[in-house]
Write a protein that binds this ligand. Structure first.
Ligand code: GTP
Ligand code: SPV
Ligand code: MN
Length: 607
């Protein structure tokens, strides 16, 4: 037995054996100065935010209550897909779209990185629960981290601390399973060494061991790489659990739509990162009588209910939203939510009077501190805010949150939207023929890359179901799981699938469709299709409305532009066929035959 005494390691507020053993093992490997069990209290928030202000990581905002600004290291601003791994036992289970390494080999590398990596720092143990705490089977996790920024971000984004830990051991003593998620920024401090504002490591690994339901992350403090309840647990690991247990973990917003007749519909929508989920989830309809309320803006877990319908739950507790482009015209509800305070802002710009600013938020002030820390004026050639700068704010203070956002039963989904960012080819909206065709639409979804991940921006790539960076297993098996899901329910009970594109452009590169609140017109048309009340024309790619078939009364847009946004072009689609073919070839043997059949049928229809 080693007799290492690390202050706090034994002050565990739980008797959960596996948790206690894991915490001790990690502490012995990483050698922190002390261990702190996170309780999620307001006192703790104050203590940690004070500490972050003292360290220079946070700047307290004078203009927003209990809110803070942080600027990251310029090399730690987004998800690192090249450094993200699915370390399944068998390489085939990671599939052709994920990076893979043998689990033992990866563990050997990372164990050496973790050895002593928390020296000079505090190791925090964060018990958390994804989804409602009162779920029959609460989805528990524990993140160990040496970053205070991560702890306070997790307080916003998850249900965490004592209230989560209370679910770890049942009244009868049964110890529940949890997902261990180890995170280190990888920046140990030697005795007397001064810290920097955003410690991180040039070497980064974001690693998932799907069979063990285990997450190891090293080197980054950025959201998707470091807040391990989010993409790592709720998408990559949860997608594997969902495959095994017969449910879906998806990169989808969830919204509640109420018609003028007071009929309620729930819609889920999958768009790739920085392609409009948060904005649609908080939309203010421009058409009279329709109301939108928010249930989630990024992740949906969908299971069949006893009535055979698909019910969605948002596992998160906060919004980690793209800042640029957000303002009172585009997304007033996000603006109102952050105005209430209790929010964190990362890599935005700082105003001289202690507020935040970013591109797209009205007129630029004459002087700002840019996200890289230097002076910024409207003449500067660099952007004031990083394109992937983010706000982090609690759902609870969003005025448009639906009362059922925290309901463990979830909400029955009537429609699923897939969408991407495509300048050409993809019409504003297309309705699928049936579930299998809708799965084909999702599986072949394409989008221009954005600043949400490190790498080139604006390059068209296939991003199936907006899940390319988040499928925790073989993409072919994942498509098959979608096909099989469609066979488990009566077709009339399955959500109808639509394909949308808010981002089609004219010859002069401007967007053809006004977007944002005007997207309510597309929601309305989709619902009326479901109700058999709206018409559309059949095309080789599915049902596409003409402008006359949409409610465009008072739309803020040019009729010719909208016609162009709705155009189905056989020529553009024929050019798309080889790209889909190439994508399917990449998926290989595991591509479900029905999807290959859908491609052949499309080819026939296109002539
Ligand atoms: P992640 O949080 O990365 O998953 O992104 P997201 O899908 O939630 O995207 P978000 O709603 O934050 O939008 C990303 C960017 O697209 C922002 O700059 C928005 O202003 C912009 N955007 C959102 N909806 C629309 C739209 O309907 N039309 C146009 N032109 N831009 C939009
Ligand atoms: C995304 O990139 O899809 C996000 C932000 O929602 S992150 O949490 O970094 O993944
Ligand atoms: Mn996202």
């Amino acid at each position: 037995m080693t007799a290492v005494t690390i202050p706090g390691v034994d002050q565990a507020p739980t008797t959960h054996h596996r948790l206690l053993a894991w915490v001790r093992e990690v502490a012995e490997l990483t050698s922190p100065d002390q261990v702190v069990w996170v309780d999620g209290s307001e006192d703790e928030w104050t203590r940690l935010t004070d500490k972050l202000v003292d360290a220079g990581t946070f700047t307290r905002l004078d203009k927003k209550p209990n809110s803070f600004y942080a600027a990251s290291d310029p090399n730690d601003v987004a998800r690192v897909e090249e450094r993200t791994f699915i370390c399944s036992v068998d390489e085939a289970d990671a599939g052709p779209t994920n990076n893979w390494m043998e689990p033992a080999e990866m563990k050997a590398i990372m164990t050496e990185l973790y050895r002593g990596c928390m020296r000079g720092r505090t190791m925090y143990v964060i018990p958390f629960c994804m989804g409602p705490l009162d779920a029959e089977k609460p989805m528990l996790g524990v993140e160990i981290t040496d970053s205070e920024y991560v702890v306070v971000s997790m307080k916003i984004m998850t249900r965490m601390g004592t209230k989560a830990l209370d679910r770890f051991v049942d009244a009868d003593g049964t110890e529940r399973d949890f997902v261990p998620a180890l995170h280190s920024i990888g920046a140990p401090l030697a005795e007397g060494q001064a810290d920097v504002a955003w410690p991180c490591n040039d070497t980064k690994y974001i690693v998932h061991f799907p069979e063990e339901r285990l997450i190891w992350s090293f080197g980054s403090g950025y959201g998707g790489n470091a807040l391990l309840g989010k993409k790592c647990y709720s998408l990559r690991i949860a997608s594997v659990i969902g495959r095994d247990e017969g449910w879906l973990a998806e990169h989808m917003l969830i919204l509640k739509l109420t018609s003028p007749e007071d009929k309620v519909y729930y819609v889920a929508a999958a768009f790739p990162s920085a392609c409009g989920k948060t904005n649609l989830a908080m939309l203010e309809p421009t058409i009279p009588g329709w109301k939108v309320e928010t249930i989630g803006d990024d992740i949906a877990w969908m299971r069949f209910g006893e009535d055979g319908r698909l019910y969605a739950v948002n596992p998160e507790n906060g919004f980690f939203g793209v800042a640029p482009g957000t303002d009172y015209h585009t997304n007033p509800n996000a603006m109102r939510t952050i105005a209430k305070g209790n929010s964190l802002f990362t890599n935005v710009a700082l105003t001289d009077d202690g507020d935040i600013w970013w591109e797209g938020m009205g007129e630029a002030p004459a002087h700002l501190t840019g996200w890289k820390g230097g002076d910024w004026t409207p003449d500067s050639t660099e952007k004031a805010a990083h394109p992937n700068s983010r706000y982090c704010t609690p759902i609870d203070q969003c005025d448009t949150k639906a009362p059922e956002w925290d309901d463990p039963q979830g909400v029955p989904i009537s429609a699923i939207f897939f969408g991407g960012r495509r300048a050409t080819t993809i019409p504003l909206v297309t309705e699928s023929r049936d579930w299998q065709h809708g799965t084909f639409m999702g599986a072949t979804l394409s989008s221009e890359t954005t600043a949400a991940a490190v790498g080139a921006v604006g390059v068209v790539r296939r991003d199936p179901m907006a899940m390319l960076p988040f499928i925790g297993y073989n993409a072919g098996d994942y498509f098959n799981h979608w096909i099989e899901t469609g066979k488990r329910a009566d077709a009339t009970k399955l959500p109808k699938i639509f394909y949308v594109n808010w981002f089609r452009r004219g010859d002069d590169k401007r967007f053809l469709w006004p977007g944002f609140g005007e997207n309510s017109r597309i929601l309305k048309w989709a619902i009326e299709r479901i109700e058999g009340k709206a018409s559309a024309r059949e095309t080789p790619i599915g049902w596409v409305p003409t402008a006359d078939e949409l409610d465009l009364d008072g739309v803020d847009g040019d009729r010719a532009d909208i016609d162009a946004a709705l155009e189905f072009s056989a020529e553009e689609w024929r050019a798309e066929l080889p790209l889909i073919e190439e994508w399917f070839d990449k998926i290989g043997d595991k591509l479900p035959t029905p999807l290959r059949d859908e491609l052949e049928a499309l080819r026939q229809r296109l002539g």
